[in-house]
Design a protein around this ligand. Structure first.
Ligand SMILES: C[C@@H](N)C(=O)N[C@H](C)C(=O)O
Ligand SMILES: [Zn+2]
Length: 220
């Protein structure tokens, strides 16, 4: 597998942000993209992404075979929720690994959830998504969306070799469509793609990230 740059890598936090001020848009208002309600919150924040991210999702959908649809599970995530996810993951790693110090637990947690200070979902630039058929059946992808590295024996890593041929093929279809629309993948999660955030800027060699922390849909 190629080198994995984690979101906890200090080089990600060093990327400067030039906030472009793009609004968040509700993906549920778009014909082209399907939104799954499993992580829905009362305000519908989960279904929002920045305008250029929505445009790029439409491009990615267009690049897919006609029988397939993108199925978005989570876009924007409030900063307080990101804090809770990350702190919970660090605590779980420390509880399961008595010898680990805070730094080791911080690094391992960042394989699954981003440190809040660089979090892609909090910027409105990230989406967690999978593929489904026109009639709504989800395709096999090798793990459930949001499976952690320990619970999936690292099969959640995008390039993990020991998954079925069908899952490998489906990951390839998803990856090709998303990359063609300008997204970058977090290599420990086949379902996580982003555009315009710090991680995207670092991976693409773009000098500035376009999106800093967003206050959420109610403020746009
Ligand atoms: C928690 C998981 N679904 C996720 O979103 N992970 C990425 C790395 C994140 O927190 O941005
Ligand atoms: Zn994600």
């Amino acid at each position: 597998m190629p080198e994995i740059v984690l979101l906890s890598d200090p080089r990600i936090a060093e990327v400067a942000v030039k906030e472009c001020g793009e609004p968040l848009v509700d993906l549920r208002t778009l014909e082209a993209v399907r939104v799954d309600p499993r992580l829905a919150d009362r305000e519908g924040a989960f279904a929002h992404v920045r305008l250029s991210v929505a445009d790029r999702l439409i491009s990615a959908q267009t690049a897919l075979p006609r029988r397939l649809r993108l199925l978005v599970v989570e876009g924007f995530r409030p900063a307080a929720l990101q804090q809770r996810y990350f702190a919970g993951s660090v605590a779980a790693h420390r509880a399961a690994n008595a010898g680990w110090d805070e730094h080791r637990a911080y690094l391992e947690a960042s394989r699954y959830v981003s440190p809040p200070e660089v979090a892609p979902h909090v910027s409105g630039g990230a989406v967690d998504l999978t593929l489904c058929t026109v009639s709504g059946a989800e395709l096999p992808m090798g793990t459930q969306i949001n499976a952690t590295p320990p619970e999936s024996d690292e099969a959640c890593y995008t390039d993990f070799p020991n998954i079925s041929a069908a899952a490998r093929h489906n990951r390839h279809i998803l990856g090709t469509a998303m990359a063609s629309a300008g997204f970058v993948n977090y290599p420990t999660e086949w379902w996580h793609w982003s555009y315009g955030d710090r991680y995207w800027a670092f991976i693409t060699g773009t000098r500035f990230a376009r999106y800093g922390i967003s206050d959420g849909p109610s403020s746009t």
